[in-house]
Design a protein around this ligand. Structure first.
Ligand SMILES: *[C@@H]1O[C@H](CO)[C@@H](O)[C@H](O)[C@H]1NC(C)=O
Ligand SMILES: *[C@@H]1O[C@H](CO)[C@@H](O)[C@H](O)[C@H]1NC(C)=O
Ligand SMILES: *[C@@H]1O[C@H](CO)[C@@H](O)[C@H](O)[C@H]1NC(C)=O
Ligand SMILES: *[C@@H]1O[C@H](CO)[C@@H](O)[C@H](O)[C@H]1NC(C)=O
Ligand SMILES: *[C@@H]1O[C@H](CO)[C@@H](O)[C@H](O)[C@H]1NC(C)=O
Ligand SMILES: *[C@@H]1O[C@H](CO)[C@@H](O)[C@H](O)[C@H]1NC(C)=O
Ligand SMILES: *[C@@H]1O[C@H](CO)[C@@H](O)[C@H](O)[C@H]1NC(C)=O
Ligand SMILES: *[C@@H]1O[C@H](CO)[C@@H](O)[C@H](O)[C@H]1NC(C)=O
Ligand SMILES: *[C@@H]1O[C@H](CO)[C@@H](O)[C@H](O)[C@H]1NC(C)=O
Ligand SMILES: *[C@@H]1O[C@H](CO)[C@@H](O)[C@H](O)[C@H]1NC(C)=O
Length: 504
């Protein structure tokens, strides 16, 4: 009897699950691997980085054979792509599609766990002439998978730019650009009948940039907003606390507008550039870190969206590497989490968010000069650290990795942090008479790797690891680090040293 009840419950549960968007899996975070790098890492190096960062999901922009071989037997789940320049051929010929699948998919499974095929990339936006062949391309690819008995484990879809969704706020009024109904309706039918999902690229960065100030930066970055600034959809009364959720919900509503209510969404690209030229002042390390850290926490928490709370919206970060040879603006080259050597561009703040990309960031703290601190106080504290404090300050000398930027704030930050790390981060060792403070943001830059940083390949660097071997750390410091206007009498320095000795 009990068994039967359980069976009935299971049946009810599965019946419910077909009538609305649902997923029985937790949301995951993956990464996109673009390859426009001058110094491109080998497939084995890429896989080593993925493993070290606990990344279990990747999307390739092609179906590179060497990369697929390197991914074999790693358990990493792979989305391969049909590049836009192959789309026409595949959409026009069942045989071409079958060949593509044989060569790029069947040849690699099951050793390489290919779980999806992204057919084209933002075709309706970038290659509208190919719009009419998308659906036949999807169908031809799918029938080749059916013939190989792989259609259950490999989903077929096509990534869209969110710009095909019009009137996306309030989300409840969103709809797909109606010019594309002749493509979207059969496409959604295909996704529904094959149990696939809508692939969507979501870029709050561009929404923010193009909004002319209407979208607050905090709203794009998942930062808390005052309740009166939260966006409320007047039709549904749903509260939106970030742009990402609003765009995903707009896509759900746009599908519902065409009467499709049970197709899940996977975000194939989302991210934030860490660098831009003067026309992109919000492409900064800090904003990129904030966006990606908050996005990862949001996705992995299975928060879902206001319309579908708790429904997984798995997301691939754009992107793993900075692509220095990508054409276009400075920001185009700076969406990556890592440089070509696998050095993190910034250390994500992922405390408590699991292990993906969270390598050792949990307890990382650094000691830095306080913003706006008095320069004379900084200078005195710098002199103390490089002198009695026994910090090796030789990396701050001209020609050494931490010389630039040549100012008292940067140099005292280096020295304070070195002292703090050297003292085992024990309490009270990051004060320097009130001009120093603790942060979780790694102040390392370029080849100037700060003590305590994860540095190049995940090994914590020691205070002296970068310093050329030299014994002259306790002499000549004051004169080396004298800054114009920052003159401090030696009696003040001595007085400070005495005070510091008592209070540090
Ligand atoms: C491939 O990934 C799927 C999840 O989609 C998983 O169920 C399966 O066990 C994986 N296969 C291998 C060989 O790792
Ligand atoms: C396309 O090819 C597949 C095999 O790859 C075959 O099963 C299917 O019937 C073909 N479809 C058409 C329309 O020719
Ligand atoms: C809708 O799509 C058509 C065809 O690509 C395009 O010409 C038009 O500008 C789009 N409309 C909007 C409002 O984006
Ligand atoms: C959606 O369904 C409603 C009611 O069943 C119908 O009136 C409407 O025409 C349908 N819309 C589309 C685009 O099929
Ligand atoms: C995680 O999800 C719970 C509900 O499932 C929610 O209350 C909480 O605010 C979420 N945390 C974050 C960081 O999104
Ligand atoms: C971080 O990566 C190293 C290898 O690079 C690994 O040994 C270590 O266990 C990882 N730490 C965490 C918290 O995942
Ligand atoms: C991080 O700090 C917590 C306590 O603050 C401690 O329990 C944990 O072991 C630390 N983890 C590492 C990797 O040092
Ligand atoms: C770490 O990086 C340094 C320099 O980039 C390199 O010499 C060293 O071999 C690397 N160590 C490991 C374990 O990969
Ligand atoms: C780094 O410093 C710690 C303690 O200060 C020491 O135990 C360790 O051997 C040092 N490692 C290297 C590579 O110098
Ligand atoms: C550095 O100090 C050690 C003893 O602490 C000494 O043996 C060595 O000769 C010194 N090196 C230089 C370059 O002064």
């Amino acid at each position: 009897m009990a068994v039967i009840n359980i069976l009935i419950l299971l049946l009810v549960a599965s019946a419910v699950s077909v009538s609305a968007v649902s997923t029985d899996e937790d949301a995951f975070i993956g990464v996109n691997i673009g390859t426009d790098l001058s110094d491109i890492p080998s497939p084995t190096q890429v896989v080593a980085l993925l493993k070290a960062q606990n990344l279990r999901h990747v999307r390739l922009y092609d179906a590179d054979r060497a990369m697929l071989l390197a991914l074999a037997n790693t358990g990493i789940q792979v989305t391969v792509s049909v590049p836009n320049d192959q789309l026409l051929g595949i959409g026009q010929s069942n045989a071409t599609a079958a060949n593509w699948v044989a060569r790029n998919v069947v040849a690699h499974v099951p050793a390489t766990n290919i779980t999806a095929i992204a057919v084209g990339s933002e075709v309706l936006t970038f290659l509208p002439n190919a719009g009419p062949v998308i659906v036949s391309a999807l169908k031809f690819i799918h029938s080749a998978l059916v013939a190989a008995n792989l259609d259950n484990q490999i989903k077929v879809s096509t990534p869209h730019s969110s710009s095909i969704i019009l009137d996306s706020f309030p989300p409840s009024q969103a709809f797909f650009n109606r010019s594309w109904d002749p493509v979207m309706v059969p496409l959604l039918k295909f996704l529904q009948s094959t149990g696939s999902y809508l692939m969507l690229n979501v870029y709050p960065y561009y929404d923010y940039m193009q909004s002319n100030g209407v979208i607050p930066l905090d709203y794009a970055l998942f930062r808390p907003l005052p309740p009166n600034k939260e966006a409320v959809d007047a039709n549904t009364l749903l509260h939106y606390t970030n742009v990402f959720d609003a765009v995903v919900d707009a896509a759900y509503f746009a599908m519902a507008d065409l009467n499709f209510t049970n197709i899940p969404i996977v975000v194939m690209e989302s991210g934030w550039p860490s660098k831009g030229d003067s026309s992109e002042p919000d492409a900064t390390l800090e904003n990129a870190n904030t966006y990606n850290s908050n996005l990862i926490k949001h996705v992995l928490n299975n928060t879902g969206t206001p319309k579908h709370p708790g429904i997984a919206v798995s997301t691939y970060i754009y992107e793993l590497y900075n692509e220095d040879t990508r054409p276009g603006s400075v920001s185009e080259k700076n969406w990556g989490l890592f440089d070509a050597n696998g050095v993190p561009v910034y250390i994500l703040h992922l405390t408590g968010a699991g292990t993906v990309l969270a390598n050792d960031t949990t307890n990382q703290t650094f000691c830095v000069a306080k913003e706006g601190a008095d320069r004379k106080m900084l200078q005195a504290a710098l002199d103390w650290a490089c002198g009695p404090g026994k910090v090796d300050c030789s990396v701050l000398l001209q020609g050494q990795p931490c010389y630039e930027p040549d100012n008292v704030i940067a140099h005292s930050t280096y020295a304070f942090n070195a002292y703090y790390q050297q003292m085992g981060k024990s309490s009270g060792t990051c004060d320097f008479k009130g001009v120093a403070t603790i942060t979780t943001t790694d102040p390392s830059h370029g080849s100037c790797i700060y003590p305590g940083s994860l540095g190049r390949n995940g090994t914590i660097t020691n205070g002296t690891s970068l310093a050329p071997s030299s014994n002259s750390t306790t002499s000549g410091c004051s004169s080396q680090y004298f800054y114009g206007g920052g003159y401090v009498t030696s009696s003040v320095i001595i007085g400070f040293v005495l005070v510091a000795a008592v209070f540090l």
